[in-house]
Design a protein around this ligand. Structure first.
Ligand SMILES: NC(=O)c1ccc[n+]([C@@H]2O[C@H](COP(=O)([O-])OP(=O)(O)OC[C@H]3O[C@@H](n4cnc5c(N)ncnc54)[C@H](O)[C@@H]3O)[C@@H](O)[C@H]2O)c1
Length: 276
């Protein structure tokens, strides 16, 4: 087989004969996140896990963070089994000491932090009249303050580097509210507010911040929604189905890449057209 690739930064590639080591280098050439270091929270399952796997396939070194240590380790092992690079961390996004320890270790080992994906999130639904203070506080602490905590922990490094990408899980519920989700809607509207603020504050320093608003995605977070409701939701989506986690991961990968270099402060809906 004859491979000829022209690109200065790619170095010397033999045009024929011994191609040992060539394919991995070709693969790296087309990987959109090659050489990047990414931290992803809530990466033990669901959208976070799919994003960690996608980032690793695109060449990133991934710090897989989750409050559930075992699932973080499972994701990291999955990535390593594919030939990717990952580190697992037990991180609770409400616990600043666990975040700081993880950020220090990633920085020590990799020398930089290119991307943070604030993905960890929960629901604790109830109509306003039944919602408890604990339900409200838990969702705000994880979804909103957790996003703030993790971003605060990496921002000095990104400012020093004069580069970075901060991606944040909002939701279509953060655009239009939802029945039974006072707490979740407040947290996801809040994420969009922080993203727009960070995009203004940090843009001139080489740091981009964006929000992603999925519609309904087939993960355990929607396990409590009755089948009947899921079916009626699917019927409302112009694409006629829920999203798969990988379809959200693809958007994060694009936003993390240099291909998205002019996208800052954007709120990107990935809902199959549900809100049309
Ligand atoms: N699934 C959907 O339909 C949907 C739609 C819109 C937005 N989102 C958002 O996408 C994100 C991921 O959702 P998902 O569907 O993959 O959920 P999921 O429940 O499948 O996964 C969430 C992950 O976050 C972790 N997590 C929870 N609390 C944490 C904490 N305090 N610290 C660290 N990790 C923690 C969990 O252990 C889990 O691994 C969430 O922010 C969610 O709000 C999901």
């Amino acid at each position: 087989m004859l491979w000829v690739v022209h690109r200065k930064s790619f170095g010397y590639i033999p045009a024929s004969g011994d191609s040992a080591g060539l394919l991995p280098r070709i693969r790296e050439f087309v990987m959109r996140l090659a050489g990047k270091v990414a931290i992803i929270t809530g990466a033990g399952r669901g959208i976070g896990q799919a994003t960690a796997v996608k980032f690793a396939k695109e060449g990133a070194v991934v710090a897989v963070c989750d409050v559930d240590t075992k699932t973080a380790e499972d994701t990291a092992r999955m990535i390593e089994a594919m030939g990717g690079k990952a580190m697992a961390f037990a991180v609770n996004v409400t616990d600043t000491s666990s975040i700081k320890a993880m950020v220090s270790e990633v920085y020590e080992r990799c020398g930089k932090i290119d991307v943070l994906v604030n993905n960890a999130g929960i629901v604790a639904d109830a109509q306003l009249k039944n919602m408890t203070e604990d339900q409200f506080d838990r969702v705000i602490d994880i979804n909103l303050k957790g996003t703030y905590n993790c971003t605060k922990a990496v921002v000095d490094i990104m400012l020093e580097q004069q580069s970075g990408v901060i991606l944040n899980a909002s939701s279509i519920v953060g655009l239009s509210g939802n029945f039974g989700q006072t707490n979740y809607a407040a947290s996801k509207f809040g994420v969009i507010g922080m993203v727009k603020t960070w995009a203004r504050e940090l843009g001139k320093r080489g740091i981009r911040a964006n929000a992603v608003c999925p519609g309904f995605v087939a993960t355990t977070i929607i396990d409590n929604i009755p089948d009947k409701v899921i079916q009626s939701l699917e019927a409302k989506v112009p694409l006629g189905r829920l999203a798969q986690p990988e379809e959200i991961a693809n958007v994060y990968a694009f936003l993390a890449s240099d291909e998205a270099s002019y996208i800052n402060g954007a709120v990107i809906e990935v809902s199959g057209g549900l809100t049309l």
